[in-house]
Design a protein around this ligand. Structure first.
Ligand code: PGA
Length: 226
């Protein structure tokens, strides 16, 4: 029995296009498991394609935000420009952002603050050894903000594109307990090579509030089956 409701987030990364996003949504809706709350984080332009389903069949999220409010920051998407697009969540500090785009704990903290200012719930992604420093960078959060902050524990070695080496579930749960104490968030999700074979074990744990799914979220039927 899965303690419900769990938050299950799709991270499409830089995949799909306008037409495949729409057919993804149609297939997902006809297959979805009603027990979870689903969030879909497409690339920015596809937020438009998913508007007909947003807030009803699933909730929309983004994969990043600008660390600046607005202004001359070419290419950056600030939280304020998302208004009207029904964006409710933002993945921030994903390991790919940290690794390929040089994102720091401090930048992530700036993004978290702006997300809150614009009514977007931040989902801060961290590995175990980053948690302490990320917690320090988030020290200025108010109690109210902390009580809606979400953290996704994603061990780098477990992410499918970085090797997909899964830890035993006891190790994952221990890391999650540690992270919960360090950051004191409202929920902790797990991510890293989650798919039909292992999702149930994570979802059954009362220590894990949901999942962040990359590769296996690209197939709507598989994602809906988790
Ligand atoms: P994965 O990606 O499920 O493909 O391992 C998870 C993530 O990077 O958020």
């Amino acid at each position: 029995m899965i303690p419900s409701p769990k938050l299950v987030i799709a991270n499409w990364k830089s995949n799909l296009d306008w037409h495949s996003a729409k057919s993804w949504a149609e297939k997902f809706v006809s297959n979805k498991n009603q027990a979870h709350s689903y969030v879909v984080c497409p690339p920015f332009p596809l937020l438009g394609a998913l508007q007909p389903w947003a807030g009803q069949d699933f909730v929309l999220g983004v994969q990043d935000l600008s660390p600046y409010e607005s202004g001359a920051y070419t290419g950056a998407v600030s939280a304020g420009t998302l208004e009207g697009l029904r964006v409710e969540y933002a993945l921030l500090g994903h390991s790919e952002r940290r690794m390929y785009f040089g994102e720091t704990n401090q930048t992530v903290a700036q993004k978290v603050e702006l997300a809150f200012e614009h009514g977007i719930t931040p989902v801060v992604c961290i590995d175990r050894d980053q948690a302490q420093a990320q917690a320090a960078a988030l020290d200025g959060l108010t109690r109210a903000q902390r009580s809606s902050l979400i953290v996704a524990y994603e061990p780098m070695h477990a992410i499918s594109t970085f090797g997909g080496q899964e830890d035993p579930i006891e190790v994952t749960i221990q890391a999650i307990q540690e992270i919960r104490n360090q950051l004191n968030p409202s929920a902790v999700l797990y991510g890293g090579s989650v798919g039909p074979k292992n999702a149930i074990a994570y979802l059954q744990s009362s220590e894990i509030d949901g999942l962040l799914v990359g590769a296996k979220s690209l197939d709507p039927v598989i994602f809906a089956s988790l």
